[in-house]
Design a protein around this ligand. Structure first.
Ligand SMILES: [Zn+2]
Length: 455
């Protein structure tokens, strides 16, 4: 049977085995959905993770607790080979931080240091602020920013477009002699909520402290500058990078019955920033990956291929989990059918996007046709199946030819709370998590039952 034909017609064996009437993937999917909505296990798991452990930055005791918790949940879901694969991760700590305008009027600002930033000298630094709207504007000012704090007041035009200022802003400003860099938070709206995130230094220039300010504060300083007012700020940051710390990816499996060496990976990342609860980023991805595997187990299904849950460490500030997994599992690559990652929040699943980094355009077209073979099974979820981007944690494997699949979620409010104190459990809709877990279980199970190979 061709792979596509298999996916359309493939039969799932029920818990009763050969004596029971076979059912279509569509019927199996309905049972996933019924079980997910009956128990709402993903929702109660996420509540526990958020309320009892909270945010989970690499190197923190909270992340260590989450790694233990995730293994317990995978075991409780009936998975086998549950274990932690050790990884050394960066250990950045924020320390105390504050920012206060001195001129033109005293004003306390809410800031968050950016992950990886150095701190200020003891006692903080006081300097004038120069506001720019782009790297071009900065370069036009040139050495006029020497000794100043540069603020990048760049409106949000999509995450990928705007995040470059958070990531590169400090070194671009340091190159011209600035003593610190601030960036307008990378997000569409604000309730005076700064959005942290990773930055990186260019080793060619001095490392200067860098933090995000709220949209409110950023636009206020822009107005002050436009009125010709002198802006002076005191900035104090205790951020520092400690030696690398031990951490781990968490792994568990539903072993395949016919070709167990062939593996479908479903994944999310366990770590988060050190603010809020990491509910959307990526507690939601974590709990639906666990729940998708539990749904398959709870229905007594025995997939032909192995289904492997991987919960990554250190997505946010280093990708060490994804890199270590690549290095440790290279010999398996030809048998990793696909590595799925869900890391875009808790809203409803909208699409599954296949990334083939090393394939020819002909091979991509053939792979897309195979992917489209899942359409019948996925029809109740109304998702798009296309070529596209997979995910950060799987990207080291994908770069070496492993098929990656990015699970896209509706992002109506994702970037409103992303990397903020407001990324908390109360923003998550109970039914969305159940729906997403059923969709992920259906997709992963269909692949595990099929003969499809994308590479
Ligand atoms: Zn994430």
């Amino acid at each position: 049977m061709t792979p596509t034909r298999c996916l359309l017609l493939c039969l799932a064996t029920t818990a009763l085995g050969a004596q029971a009437a076979p059912e279509t993937l569509r019927a199996t999917s309905e049972r996933f959905r019924a079980e997910a909505f009956r128990t709402h296990t993903a929702y109660t798991d996420l509540a526990w993770l958020c309320d009892h452990i909270g945010h989970r930055l690499s190197g923190s005791a909270h992340l260590d607790q989450a790694i233990l918790w995730a293994q317990e949940r995978l075991k409780a879901a009936g998975l086998v080979n549950v274990h932690a694969e050790p990884v050394m991760v960066p250990h950045w700590v924020r320390g105390p931080e504050s920012a206060d305008l001195i001129l033109p009027a005293p004003h306390h600002l809410h800031i968050l240091g950016l992950g990886g930033s150095v701190g200020t000298p003891e006692g903080g630094l006081t300097a004038d602020v120069a506001v720019v709207g782009s790297f071009d504007e900065l370069d036009k000012l040139g050495e006029a920013v020497k000794g100043k704090i540069v603020l990048f007041d760049v409106p949000f035009k999509g995450y990928g477009h705007t995040v470059i200022y958070r990531h590169d802003g400090a070194s671009r400003a340091a190159k011209l002699g600035a003593v610190a860099a601030l960036v307008r938070s990378v997000g569409p709206i604000s309730l005076d909520t700064p959005h942290t995130g990773a930055m990186d230094y260019d080793p060619a220039y001095p490392k200067i402290p860098t933090a995000c300010v709220t949209i409110e504060a950023s636009t206020q300083m822009r107005r002050m500058q436009q009125r010709g007012e002198r802006i002076q700020m005191k900035l104090e940051m205790g951020a520092k990078t400690l030696p690398d710390a031990p951490s781990a990816n968490v792994v568990g499996e539903v072993r395949g019955t016919e070709t167990p060496e062939e593996v479908v990976i479903i994944s999310g990342h366990l770590d988060s920033w050190d603010v809020g609860q990491g509910a959307q980023d990526d507690g939601a991805g974590t709990v639906i990956a666990i729940e998708a595997a539990r749904l398959i187990q709870s229905l007594g299904l025995k997939p032909r291929r192995t289904l492997r849950v991987v919960l990554w460490t250190n997505e946010e500030n280093g990708l060490r989990g994804g890199k270590a997994y690549r290095d440790a599992h290279r010999s398996e690559f030809k048998n990793i059918i696909a590595a799925l990652e869900t890391d875009s929040g808790s809203e409803r699943v909208k699409g599954f996007h296949l990334e083939l980094a090393k394939a020819s355009s002909d091979a991509k077209a053939a792979a897309l046709a195979s992917l489209k073979g899942l359409e019948a099974a996925m029809k109740p979820f109304n998702v798009t199946l296309s070529l596209g981007h997979s995910g950060a944690d799987v990207s080291p494997m994908v770069a070496e030819g492993v098929p990656g699949i990015g699970v896209e979620h509706a992002g109506t409010h994702y970037f409103d709370v992303h990397h903020t104190h407001a990324d908390t459990f109360d923003k998550v809709e109970k039914d969305d998590l159940a729906y997403n877990a059923a969709a992920l279980a259906t997709f992963a199970y269909a692949l595990a039952q099929s003969d499809v190979r994308f590479q």
